[in-house]
Design a protein around this ligand. Structure first.
Ligand SMILES: N#Cc1c(N)ncnc1-c1cnn(Cc2cccc(F)c2)c1
Length: 303
């Protein structure tokens, strides 16, 4: 009889692993043998924009973002969830080897640790409404995309998969996870962001904002950096030269490294209702080239 319907967004069956969750662009698996010390996080080639998962996938995107995340993990001086070789975890299936991470399973903190070095997106919208973000009062007159004097920690309470997270104050995060963990999350997030922002700036790239997730190591209780780090799915990266060119309009200046080509094409070819049209080959190729350019600019490595 007909096998299961599979399309580009159906997560692959992987030997030794069972599919458990799918986010917009990543799939999470647990070991098929029932052990619970590890997870497999697979970065798909899917791209999302305007809250839609787009077709077709961008071949090679998952591998580039996984390589970028691994590159940052190696440079961040905090324990992370990557399971070293010989950790007893099931092997990474060959078919996803370049876009998967075997991780240690942590007790995840339900906080999206967002740090903003510039104000845009949901943070700017909240500022426009209230003059503050997550209870942090900001000076008046900030324009969309302006760099902030110092980065701000603007946590969100993790909503169920697929729903939007809810911006909260630091005090609310203390109520949720206690003052020690809330303080450690904030301090680690600000410290990592600042170091990454400075490194990116040396390479002509603005790290405008990012989102970290942390968990607690069930054995040691230590704070561990989890999820993906500083990828263009979890962060906004802008080209510093374009940003400084005030002759360009705002959309040009705040063009995200990876998604602006897709967003511009969708704005010109989709009225925003129903499902977005499939991206033409040229847009797929140009988008892949932008992912690759960001990776090479930040890491100095060619792929
Ligand atoms: N990372 C990590 C992690 C860990 N090391 N231990 C326990 N849980 C998680 C975990 C649970 N959800 N997510 C988000 C997520 C990622 C990828 C795909 C999805 F659908 C959803 C992360």
């Amino acid at each position: 009889e007909n096998g299961p319907v599979t399309n580009s967004t159906t997560p692959p069956q992987l030997d030794g692993w069972l599919h458990r969750y799918s986010g917009k662009v990543r799939d999470l698996y647990v070991p098929a043998d029932g052990s619970d010390a590890h997870l497999l996080v697979v970065a798909s080639n899917r791209v999302s924009a305007f809250d839609h998962v787009l077709e077709p996938p961008i071949p090679g995107k998952g591998a580039l973002l996984t390589a970028l995340s691994n590159w940052w993990f190696e440079r961040i001086d905090l324990p992370n969830h990557l399971a070293g070789e010989g950790s007893g975890a099931p092997a990474v299936p060959e078919e996803v080897a370049d876009r998967a991470m075997v991780t240690r399973r942590l007790d995840m903190h339900p906080i999206e640790c967002v740090v903003r070095g510039a104000l845009t997106g949901s943070g700017f919208a909240e500022y426009q409404r209230t003059g503050a973000v997550c209870g942090i009062e900001l000076p008046s007159g900030i324009e969309d995309g302006d760099l902030l004097e110092t980065p701000i920690y603007t946590p969100a309470y993790k909503a169920p998969l697929g729903e939007h997270d809810e911006n909260i104050t630091f005090e609310r995060s203390v109520e949720l996870v206690g003052v020690e963990v809330a303080t450690a999350l904030r301090d680690a997030s600000l410290r990592i962001f600042t170091a990454a922002r400075d490194l990116a700036a040396e390479r002509g790239v603005i790290l405008a904002d990012t989102k970290f997730e942390f968990g607690r190591d069930p054995e040691t209780g230590a704070l561990v950096l989890a999820d993906e780090v500083l990828t263009s799915d979890s962060s906004r990266y802008w080209d510093a030269e374009a940003y400084a060119d005030t002759s360009r309009d705002r959309a040009e200046r705040l063009a995200s490294f990876d998604k602006q080509i897709v967003r511009n094409w969708l704005r010109a070819h989709w009225d925003g209702t129903g499902e977005p049209p499939a991206l033409p080959d040229e847009i797929v190729e140009r988008t892949y080239a932008r992912y690759r350019e960001l990776y090479t600019r930040l890491t100095g490595l060619e792929r």
